[in-house]
Structure formats: structure tokens, C-alpha cells
Design a protein around this ligand. Structure first.
Ligand SMILES: Nc1nc2c(c(=O)[nH]1)N[C@H]1C(S)=C(S)[C@@H](COP(=O)(O)OP(=O)(O)OC[C@H]3O[C@@H](n4cnc5c(=O)[nH]c(N)nc54)[C@H](O)[C@@H]3O)O[C@H]1N2
Ligand SMILES: Nc1nc2c(c(=O)[nH]1)N[C@H]1C(S)=C(S)[C@@H](COP(=O)(O)OP(=O)(O)OC[C@H]3O[C@@H](n4cnc5c(=O)[nH]c(N)nc54)[C@H](O)[C@@H]3O)O[C@H]1N2
Ligand code: SF4
Ligand SMILES: [Mo]
Length: 776
């Protein structure tokens, strides 16, 4: 009999392609793209093919851990762990209240590349603790973009979608979709554009990337100078009268102010500073002005580059000034089932002065919120689905901050570098052991949502996050008594429409309960959902919200003429019964204006125009002490954040090599295969050198997704590849969003010493032993 294919989705990157898998025991044995998935339509990449290594390895946590005074961990049972944590949380909360200060509890994480089911519960804990300090990966890459969206479109949850599949010009700035994806079916889409004489692609990237190789035009910009190049392009467009006058007049405000500032741009000087050819820039302008529908696609190259927030502004001006917005094949906004971030203009940290953006503070400021004498400093830290000890800038500083907290708790599936520092470690059930979903639904005009059914039982000793938090709130005494819960469960079963009203009444009489609404839904509505899908209960509220806010679009997606609240129930049912995912909103292009919160798009953002006016190439010459520009965290064929820890999944790049041109290696007397030291003001790491002539001269790259310690074959642990954030600097960051300049880290290369090379070679050998054992 042919083995059964089960529907699921990939959580190795935020594109979350639909998959079908075969399983045996606790293992995924075969993987293929799910053709029935309405968004990804059968696509999968080289990483998902290695999903057979996810979860099925010997480094899972299977018991809660408590830190001993000597820093090692001992196993404890769940009851003890949750009781002690509850006592210590209560102590922190009581002390905050007694001192009359804001909650000193901070929350990190809440979901990686595709597991958002736990996040709502974790945020409930943050609210209940009276805290506001929330950090996650978005606040080290995307918050500058959100800030600009807030100013231009009126709300930080106005987030852009890309018409990649329909555009006739794809302008790719600072991203490499061939390897990193970032949009659906990236490789097929790039190939389609390449093979269609009527469609074109421009890539702005210092490196001749795989994506640039497929483009009509590649502008190999000098690292960190995008703001100059993009301003010059905009200035040239306006000089030629290439702006879309009708779009600007009817849909936007402030163009004259923008044009005035851009009119002062010394175009030739700035193009020279960016080290690209004037003729190539002219050609890019020609292509932009000739395009019927341009889509701009950006990512870390500019968001984690110098002038990050300004880059986000300029990139948006490119499509807005030319009227490439709100039509097929252009940039647009998109809907949400549940927004993944919030809107928080004008709220500031009293410790660092950074503004909350999307409800988040910069990860780069996390340590500063802890390591200070300020009476309102962070005293307790809760980390879920994140590994800041490897992924936040300046690893040593992050380690110091975690250890300085009075209480630190890590919720993860593996014994991460952050878990190793925590007072308590709570083992979560892994991706395919529970009901899951992702909130990365970024599509327009039709947007999709997919839930994932469990393929396996939770590994013994682990808990699904929802259950973990519910038990914790039981210990904390926040949940109502059993009889009240039973009555709410009954209401949920017999009359869901009544549930919200009844729940509201119960919340009114139970202090703190309103802050943990997702937990209450889990314990009540959740009990009534089919097949143990309790953790999906908060989605029910999201479906009702969406049906109310976007009635026509939801009706179209479902083919229904019902209205709220019935429409919300229908949407929830449709989502639960669509294992390949389902459209949840379908719009007409024109309706994008219903999502824009300002009457018109505000083009003139004063802080951005002032910044633009201040740009000065003379202030941006490389430091002779650190002459190379390092891409710290390059996406490659076989890295995937910190998600796949066991090295055996990697088909290539086992050591996570430094990539550089041979001439640059030769300049320090090094050759391919040698160990070299990468040195910054923050630290020094020793890495394997590899030749890559696609790099720009004086630019080198180290990969993201390495530096995880794994059990070796001798009963110890060994670190696989570079912990790149040992050499990054948390203060080298954007002035507004605080995002790190990870794509342009000034470094020096040196030959490694004999002792360093020997130690690195030994570790590399041990990693190879681990791989050989895993594949045997
Ligand atoms: N294989 C793989 N795919 C992934 C991930 C992974 O770990 N591995 N992670 C996922 C995640 S979380 C994210 S956020 C995305 C990130 O996806 P991307 O942003 O596409 O990936 P990066 O490799 O970080 O950097 C993008 C590009 O920026 C270029 N760059 C460097 N400096 C500059 C500069 O100064 N200006 C310009 N214009 N470009 C510059 C680099 O050469 C690189 O090609 O990838 C996702 N996909
Ligand atoms: N220098 C440098 N640093 C970077 C970057 C860079 O380019 N350069 N990129 C940044 C970017 S864009 C990102 S997105 C971040 C990513 O960094 P993080 O936000 O730290 O997230 P991940 O690396 O995705 O780590 C996911 C964690 O979740 C755990 N996990 C997996 N499944 C589950 C689950 O079901 N439940 C729980 N509780 N845990 C689970 C994994 O074991 C892992 O520890 O790194 C950032 N750091
Ligand atoms: S593109 Fe991303 S989500 Fe799709 S298969 Fe590859 S890693 Fe998974
Ligand atoms: Mo990311």
C-alpha cells in the first residue's frame, strides 16, 4: 500500500510553502510541494527537502530544567517548574506594584519563521505582568519599514505587498530571493521574468548574486550607500518629469516638499560615492519610466544597511512618485487575519529613548534595558522561540544581560545558547507535534491563511505552548475556578455567539483575566474544537474581527453572502477544514485605498527629508583600521536561522565559511580552505575561508544560521560554524528604529594563529563526525 501523504507547511522561512509529507514513527521521511496549496501551488526549495532532519534529532529538550548555582542545569518536573516560576513571577509583579513602577518583565520572541501559535499566549503573560517591553526579530530588520508606513499610510500595520508575479519590472534592492526567497515561488518567478522578453528585473546589490545573475541590469552598489543611489535615481526621475502627476495629485500629499529636497541632490557626486556607472543609473531610470507596472522588492541589504529607515522611505518613494501603487503588478497593502504587530506611534522607552514601533523596542537595546541602574530597568526576561544569545548583536552583551536578570525563562524545543543561560528552561512540543499557523499572510488582492495539523504526538516530557501558559496561569491564580470554566465551555458548545458576552462578564469579575483573553479562549472554546485543536481558539476571535472589518472581501473569498457574526463562524470553519490553506479575503485593486488610513499617502515625512538633506559622502569613508565590509548573516543554500540545529541537514558549507574574492584573501596571505580571523572592535572569530568571486572587492560574507552547539560523538558539545554576533556591535544601529547595520560591518581580516587554526580544525572535524554518525 502506498504511504499516506499528510498536508502541512514549511516553517524554515516566512514564505511558509504548503507541503505534503510522509511519516514513519516520529520522523518525516519524504517531502514534496503541495499542489493544492492555493498560494505556493506545489513549490518547495532545497531547504524543505531536508525537513527530514527537523525535530528528529538527539538534541530535543524533554524535561524542564532549573539552573544550579554553578550555572549547570538540573531536570525538574513540570509541576515544580511551573510552581516555582509562578512564585517568582508573582514576586516580581508584587515588587513592581509596591514600588509603583511599570512592569519590569520583558518578553522576547513569540514565533520564528512559521510558528505563531504560542505568541498570543506569551503576550498575555507580558500584559498580566504589567510590562510593555517586547522584542523580536522584526525589531532588528523591519521596524524602520513599519515606522515609515505609519507616517506615510497612517498606521504601522499598513504593510506592503508585492505584485511580483504580475509586474513587468521587478526592482530588487538588497535582497537575494534566489536563495532567501521572501516571496512565494521565488525561483520559478525569477526564471519566468528572465525568459519573458516583455518583463525585466533590476538588482541593486553589491554582490553579483544568483538573482543579479538573472537580471537585465545589476547595479553593484558600494555597501552602505543605497540612500545616495536611491536619492540620485529619484532626483533623476523628477528632473525628467517622470513623476505620475495624476497619481500624485489625487492620492498623495507633500510631493513639492519632497521634490524640493531631491532637487538639491548632487546627482553625479552621489552616484560616484555609490561607485556605480552613471550610464547604468540612466538605464535603470529609463527602465523604471518605461515600466507599465513596477514592483519594488527589498529586504535586509537595505533594512540592515546604513541609513536603514531612510532607505525604507526612499524605496517607497520610488514606487509612489512613479504611481506604481494600487494596481496589478505594483506594490500594494494587504489585509490581516490577525496583525502580527501593532501600531505604537509616540511611545518611547524611558531608558534608551527609543520609540516603540509596531509595539516593539529594538533588539539592539534589550541589554541596555537590563544593564542599567535605572529604577525601571528590566528585571525578568521571558524568551520564547528565539535564540538571542546567537541572533542579537553583540553576543557577550546579550549573555551578560540574560544573566543579570533576577529571573530568566526560555521556552524552546532545543537547548539553545540562550537556554544555557536561563534560570528555567521549558521544553515545547515541536513544529509538527501540535496545531500551528503562521501570521505571515502578506498577499494582495487575495490573501490566504493556513493552519497545520499535528503529524505526531508531542514528544514525551514536552508541552504545547498554549497548555504550558494555561497551566502557568492556573498556578498564578488568574484563571476562574473549574465550575466557571465548565459553564463557559458549555456556552461555547451550545451557543458560540453568547460566548463573548459571557466571557466578558466573567472577565469583569476576575482581576487580570481580561489581559489573558487568549488563554481563556483556549481553556473554554478550545475544549470544544475538533481533534484537539484547542490552541487555535484565539483564531476564532480573529475570524470574527476580520469578517466584521472586511465583510465584502471575506464574502468574496468564501463565496458567501452572510454577514457578521455568521460570516465569522463560516470563516473559522473554512480555515479549520482547509488543510492546504484557504483564501480569506479577496479585493479589487482599487480597494487598497480602504486599507490606507491617511486620507492620502503622506509623501513628505519631515524627519526623513531632514536626514536626506544631511547626507554627506565625506562623513562615510571606511575606517582604515577595519577596511572590509562584512555581510554578517548572509542567506545561503543551507542555512535557516537557528531552526535546524543538527548539522547533518547541510548539503554544503559545513563550516559556514567566510566568502571573499581570492585577491582579498591573498592580501592577507590566505587561500581557500585556510582559517582566518575576522576582527572588529567587539570581538574576533576564526572562520574557514572560501573563494567567491561574486563578492564585491573589499566585501566579505559570513552566513546567518550557524554557531549552534550540538552534542558531539564523545559526550560533549561542539559549536558548528561561526557565532557571528560575537563580532557585531549593538550600538552600530539606525537612529530611529535601532536596527543593526549587519550588512555592512566594518572588519579587518588577519591570518589565524597556528593555535587558533588547530582548534578550529579540531572542531570542524568533530562536526564532521556528528554528521557522519547522523547519516550512517
Ligand atoms: N536560505 C535561507 N533563506 C532565508 C533565511 C535563512 O536563514 N536562510 N532567513 C529568512 C529571513 S529571517 C530573512 S529576514 C530573509 C532575508 O533575506 P535577504 O535579505 O534576501 O538575505 P541576506 O542574505 O541577509 O541579504 C540580502 C542581500 O543584501 C545584500 N547586501 C549587503 N549589503 C548591501 C548593501 O549595502 N546594499 C544593498 N543594496 N544590498 C546589500 C547582500 O549581498 C545580499 O544579497 O531570508 C529568509 N530566508
Ligand atoms: N548578525 C546577524 N544577526 C541576525 C541576522 C543577520 O542577518 N545577521 N538576521 C536576523 C533576522 S532577519 C532574524 S529573523 C533573526 C532570527 O533569530 P531569532 O529571532 O532568534 O529566531 P530563530 O533563529 O528563527 O530561532 C528560532 C528558535 O525557535 C526555536 N523553535 C523552533 N520551533 C519552536 C517551537 O515550536 N516552539 C518554541 N518555543 N521554539 C521553537 C528554535 O529551536 C530556535 O531556538 O536573526 C537575526 N540576527
Ligand atoms: S521557500 Fe521557505 S517556506 Fe518555501 S520551502 Fe523553502 S524554506 Fe520552506
Ligand atoms: Mo528575518
Amino acid at each position: 500500500m502506498a504511504a499516506e501523504w499528510h498536508k502541512t507547511a514549511c516553517s524554515l522561512c516566512y514564505v511558509n510553502c504548503g507541503l505534503e509529507v510522509q511519516i514513519e514513527g516520529r520522523s518525516i521521511t519524504r517531502v514534496r510541494g503541495d499542489k493544492a496549496n492555493p498560494r505556493s501551488e506545489g513549490y518547495l526549495c532545497q531547504k524543505a527537502q531536508r525537513l527530514t532532519f527537523l525535530g528528529n534529532h538527539n538534541d530535543r529538550l524533554t524535561t524542564p530544567l532549573r539552573r544550579r548555582p554553578d550555572g549547570t542545569h538540573e531536570p525538574i518536573d513540570w509541576d515544580t517548574a511551573l510552581r516555582e516560576i509562578a512564585e517568582r513571577l508573582t514576586a516580581v509583579r508584587d515588587a513592581d506594584r509596591a514600588a509603583g513602577r511599570p512592569g519590569s518583565f520583558a518578553y522576547i520572541g513569540g514565533g520564528g519563521q512559521g510558528n505563531h501559535s504560542g505568541g498570543g499566549y506569551g503576550k498575555s503573560l507580558l500584559s498580566w505582568m504589567g510590562g510593555t517591553r517586547y522584542f523580536n526579530a522584526l525589531s532588528q530588520e523591519k521596524t524602520g519599514d513599519f515606522w515609515v508606513n505609519g507616517r506615510m499610510f497612517g498606521d504601522q500595520t499598513c504593510h506592503t505587498a508585492e505584485g511580483v508575479e504580475e509586474c513587468d519590472l521587478l526592482l530588487v534592492i538588497g535582497c537575494n530571493p534566489w536563495l532567501a526567497h521572501g516571496f512565494t515561488n521565488a525561483r520559478s518567478t525569477i526564471n519566468t521574468i528572465k525568459n519573458d522578453p516583455d518583463r525585466k528585473m533590476i538588482v541593486i546589490d553589491p554582490r553579483r548574486t544568483e538573482t543579479a545573475e538573472a537580471a537585465e541590469l545589476h547595479l553593484a552598489v558600494r555597501p552602505g550607500t543605497d540612500a545616495y543611489l536611491l536619492s540620485a535615481i529619484l532626483a533623476m526621475i523628477i528632473e525628467r518629469g517622470g513623476q505620475d502627476a495624476e497619481f500624485l495629485a489625487t492620492r498623495t500629499e507633500g510631493f513639492p516638499d519632497v521634490a524640493a529636497v531631491l532637487g538639491r541632490v548632487p546627482v553625479d557626486e552621489w552616484i560616484a560615492h555609490a561607485e556605480v556607472e552613471r550610464a547604468d543609473v540612466e538605464r535603470a531610470v529609463d527602465m523604471i519610466l518605461a515600466a507599465r507596472a513596477m514592483t519594488v522588492r527589498v529586504e535586509l541589504g537595505i533594512q540592515q544597511g546604513r541609513h536603514s529607515t531612510l532607505n525604507s522611505y526612499l524605496e517607497k518613494l520610488l514606487y509612489l512618485v512613479t504611481g506604481n501603487f494600487g494596481r496589478e503588478g505594483t506594490n500594494n497593502l494587504h489585509t490581516w487575519l490577525l496583525p502580527l504587530w501593532g501600531n505604537s506611534p509616540g511611545q518611547y522607552s524611558e531608558i534608551t529613548g527609543f520609540e516603540y514601533i509596531g509595539g516593539l523596542l529594538p533588539t539592539n537595546s534589550m541589554a541596555e534595558e537590563v544593564l542599567t541602574d535605572h529604577p525601571n530597568r528590566v528585571r525578568a526576561l521571558w524568551v520564547e522561540s528565539s535564540n538571542p544569545a546567537n541572533t542579537y548583536a553583540d553576543t557577550r552583551l546579550v549573555e551578560e544581560a540574560v544573566e543579570a536578570c533576577e529571573l530568566s525563562v526560555v521556552v524552546d524545543v532545543a537547548y539553545t545558547e540562550t537556554a544555557a543561560l536561563a534560570d528555567y528552561v521549558l521544553p515545547a512540543a515541536a513544529q509538527h507535534e501540535k496545531w500551528e499557523f503562521t501570521l505571515f499572510d502578506f498577499e494582495w488582492p487575495t490573501n490566504y491563511f493556513q493552519i497545520r495539523r499535528p503529524l505526531f504526538e508531542p514528544l514525551p516530557g514536552t508541552l504545547v505552548e498554549a497548555e504550558m501558559y494555561a497551566r502557568l496561569f492556573d498556578e498564578l491564580g488568574v484563571l476562574p475556578d473549574a465550575a466557571t470554566l465548565a459553564e463557559l465551555v458549555e456556552t461555547a458548545r451550545s451557543d458560540r455567539a453568547k460566548l463573548l458576552r459571557r466571557a466578558g462578564e466573567v472577565m469583569a469579575t476576575h482581576p487580570g483575566l481580561a489581559e489573558i483573553a487568549p488563554v481563556l479562549l483556549y481553556r473554554t472554546l478550545g475544549e470544544t474544537l475538533p481533534d484537539g485543536a484547542a490552541a487555535l481558539a484565539p483564531l476564532w476571535a480573529g475570524c470574527h474581527r476580520t469578517a466584521k472589518l472586511l465583510t465584502t472581501a471575506v464574502q468574496r473569498a468564501l463565496g458567501s453572502d452572510s454577514t457578521a457574526p455568521e460570516l465569522g463562524e463560516q470563516l473559522f470553519d473554512r480555515i479549520l477544514s482547509s488543510p492546504s490553506g484557504t483564501p480569506f479575503s479577496t479585493h479589487e485593486y482599487d480597494e487598497v485605498w480602504e486599507l490606507v488610513r491617511n486620507d492620502r499617502v503622506q509623501l513628505a515625512v519631515p524627519e526623513m527629508l531632514e536626514w536626506l538633506d544631511r547626507l554627506d559622502p565625506a562623513t562615510e569613508r571606511p575606517d582604515p583600521q577595519y577596511p572590509f565590509s562584512l555581510i554578517s548573516g548572509q542567506r545561503r543554500s543551507h542555512n535557516a536561522n537557528q531552526i535546524l540545529r543538527p548539522p547533518a541537514w547541510r548539503k554544503t558549507d559545513m563550516d559556514g565559511a567566510l566568502r571573499a574574492r581570492s585577491a582579498d584573501l591573498a592580501s592577507i596571505g590566505a587561500d581557500a580552505g585556510d582559517w582566518v580571523a575576522v576582527v572588529t572592535r567587539t570581538g574576533r572569530i576564526v572562520v574557514r575561508a572560501e573563494v567567491d568571486e561574486s563578492m564585491r572587492p573589499m566585501q566579505v560574507a559570513l552566513p546567518h544560521g550557524f554557531g549552534m552547539s550540538v552534542p558531539d560523538t564523545h559526550g560533549g558539545r561542539v559549536v558548528n560554524g561561526p557565532r557571528i554576533n560575537l563580532i557585531t556591535d549593538a550600538t552600530d544601529r539606525d537612529p530611529i528604529a535601532g536596527t543593526p547595520h549587519h550588512k555592512d560591518v566594518p572588519v579587518r581580516l588577519e591570518p589565524a594563529t597556528a593555535a587558533e587554526s588547530e582548534a578550529a580544525e579540531r572542531d570542524s572535524e568533530r562536526v564532521r563526525e556528528v554528521v557522519a554518525a547522523a547519516r550512517a
